[in-house]
Design a protein around this ligand. Sequence first.
Ligand code: ATP
Length: 324
Amino acid sequence: DVKIKNDENPLDKYIILPELGRGSFGTVFYCKERQNNMELAVKVVGYKKKKEKIMMETEINILASLHHPAIIVIYDAFDYGNKLYCFMELIQGGELFDRVIETDFVLTERACACFIRQICDAVEYMHSKRIIHLDLKPENVLCISKQGNRIKIIDFGFARRYNPNKNLQVMFGTAEFSAPEVVLFEDIGPFTDMWSIGVICYVLLSGLSPFVGADDYETMTNVSFAKYSFDYAPFNEISSVAKDFLAELLVKESSNRMTAKNALKHEWLIQLDSLSPGVTLSLTKTKLKRYVILRRWRKAALSVIFINKLNKFSNSHFLKNCQI
Ligand code: ATP
């Protein structure tokens, strides 16, 4: 089992190469193990406060306790120079939504069910170990390769160990994929992940986001009402069994929401192997392309706003210091 090493410099063992991606907490780099040239990915999180350190330690310890084909594998971890390093397997296929909008990818209901079944399987495993992910969203589902349809769930930065006898509320996540109990600051649990799977599945099948609003506040209001509709053109191509699957997940009352175990027993996922691929969801694909581009733009714009705010903050801080 992986334990965090405190007395070794990770750079003695690994060469850190170009950046692969950046999240709100850490930066992920491509890297190689010096001894055998094995390619890996490393998430590096610099911490200033104890709280930040504990968060990353929790992520590492949770990942180290999970062993499932659709969950990212952790190899090594270091706490060195006020930074935590989490070395994990390198995933080369990119984000799930980027893969499905590629021209050569044939998007069918069966393909969607195949991805969702793997997510449910990994989440059922996690939940059986009393771990909840709490940040399931398209960016955190990566494809193993550009061929095939195997996926891995990443980013356990918000994951928690769950005690059914203790109440737990959280105030984080991505509004668009967050469950009503999150935005209403009510008790969360394994069911919170199942809502997010419902939203991911809705977007995958239609290219439309069920609760997104003009801003986070509007999105959170929409989520709190839990009202959605299948009254859009892409759903004309979608089977009623798939709609039923969604309807069992997008349930406001968390105790009535389908569990991961039951999702795997739902007809939509059970019939998958015998299901004919079905029609190509071309309207969904067009909408999904637009969705992916818009989401990326929004994220980039948000980071610019954030940087501007930070600049303003540091300028005023600087001015204040000058006056002193
Ligand atoms: P968030 O803001 O979503 O919480 P984060 O700071 O926790 O993000 P991650 O989501 O873990 O960071 O990683 C950031 C990005 O790095 C991912 O979106 C992905 O593109 C890339 N990435 C992460 N892990 C891997 C990996 N094992 N292999 C390849 N790319 C990866």
